[in-house]
Design a protein around this ligand. Structure first.
Ligand SMILES: *Cc1c(COP(=O)(O)O)cnc(C)c1O
Length: 387
């Protein structure tokens, strides 16, 4: 019997998580204490990056990344339209121009052929950077994108909010974890409750570049430094200088404690997501009218989302709601947002993502979804599409 509504995503908080937060609340530090560095170190190790900077949410992390990468008025940055608003907004925060590009019809990631065609149309130097998204948990092949970026002098900021633990295989047969910093200058993760790791609000920026790391730390804390090498003078132990305009984008220590505790279950959570995806795939394989997610053999999908394509998406969405299953739509393409229309974007500009949007639906996908709940979701989906 299904007694409570089934959301599309849900955090998992254990007794151990709660104890970890309580311990930190009883400690000397609520913020800027030892849990932050512990979380940063553990997270950097988890995704295989050299440096990690904890922030109060991924939107702030994307903003910090854009600032550190030097986005300013006039900068042109290529962004996928199939993402949450912050992936593009971070460019706007710095006064830069967002240039959208269509997605691939199978992976729904930025279509590299179209990116290249866009780059070819203008003189080199026109574009400063590109922000790909590991959409739904599908890892972007950053090795390929790096070649293109190098040819045209772009930096890459990977929005890896959907994909901690996901990876693609490079041409040497090596695993390349999302956010490991081998191909992208900066990567950003979110710890919003629907994401893989929850800290309430929270995020992490990873990089392998020491200079970028220093900038990220500086701008996270007001542009203030106590680093003797950077000071113009030194009046004593209390002395600090604000050397640039920064922000307060810090995470609290009790959130970091929750993050450290959650991170211990990240791998098992991924395994469970894989299992759930496999079961959906199997159940829908023989059902006409449902397109299941495409996954190439050389990627390990992190399954933040499990997205199907159906003809009557609105009908299915409403039918599931009537049955207390809260499926969701990810995402309304960004170029169709009223805010972005002021830059001249119109319906029809990016046909692949628009077609995707007409038919997509994200089914419940989170590690604590029970087999019974999933069976019920499958039953209701098939019931509707078979009508
Ligand atoms: C969730 C999300 C964000 C924003 O994360 P917050 O931590 O809520 O600011 C950015 N990009 C993508 C792709 C996301 O899914």
């Amino acid at each position: 019997m299904i007694t409570k509504p089934i959301p599309y995503g849900h955090q998992c908080i254990t007794e151990e998580d709660i104890q970890a937060v309580i311990e930190t609340l009883k400690s000397d530090y609520l913020t800027q204490g030892p849990k932050i560095t512990e979380f940063e170190r553990a997270f950097a190790d988890y995704v295989g990056a050299k440096y990690a900077v904890a922030v109060n949410n991924a939107t702030a992390g994307l903003h910090l990344g854009a600032v550190a990468l030097g986005v300013k008025p006039g900068s042109k940055v290529i962004v996928t339209p199939l993402t949450f608003a912050s992936s593009a907004n971070c460019v706007r925060f710095c006064g830069g121009d967002v240039v959208f590009c269509d997605v691939d019809k199978d992976t729904y990631l930025l279509d590299l052929d179209k990116v290249e065609a866009l780059l070819r149309k203008s003189p080199k130097g026109t574009y400063q950077g590109i922000i790909p998204v590991d959409f739904g948990g599908y890892p972007v092949n950053l090795e390929k994108l790096r070649h293109l970026a190098d040819e045209y002098g772009l930096w890459i900021m990977e929005d890896a909010c959907h994909a901690p633990g996901g990876y693609f295989m490079d041409t040497k047969g090596q695993k390349q974890l999302c956010g490991n910093g081998n191909y992208a200058e900066v990567a950003v993760f979110s710890f919003h409750p629907v994401k893989h790791i929850a800290t309430g609000e929270g995020g992490m920026v990873t990089t392998n570049d020491k200079a970028l790391y220093d900038k990220l730390c500086l701008y996270r804390t007001h542009g203030i430094t106590k680093n003797p090498a950077l000071l113009h003078q030194n009046d004593g132990g209390w002395y600090y200088e604000m050397i640039d305009l920064g922000y307060n984008y810090r995470l609290t220590d009790f959130q970091a404690a929750l993050g450290v505790s959650q991170l211990k279950r990240a791998s098992s959570g991924l395994d469970r997501r894989q299992q759930i995806a496999a079961r959906y795939n199997e159940a829908f394989a023989q059902v006409s009218g449902i397109r299941t997610p495409f996954v190439a053999p050389d990627v390990y999908h992190a399954y933040h989302l499990y997205i199907i394509q159906v003809k009557d998406r609105l009908g299915l969405y409403n039918y599931l709601r009537e049955n207390k299953i809260y499926a969701q739509v990810h995402y309304i393409p960004l170029h169709l947002m009223p805010y972005y229309s002021q830059f001249g974007y119109r319906k029809g500009d990016y046909p692949v993502v628009e077609e995707y949007y007409e038919h997509c639906l994200s089914l419940p996908m989170f590690p604590t979804l029970t087999d019974e709940e999933q069976a019920y979701v499958i039953e209701k989906v098939i019931e509707f599409v078979s009508k």
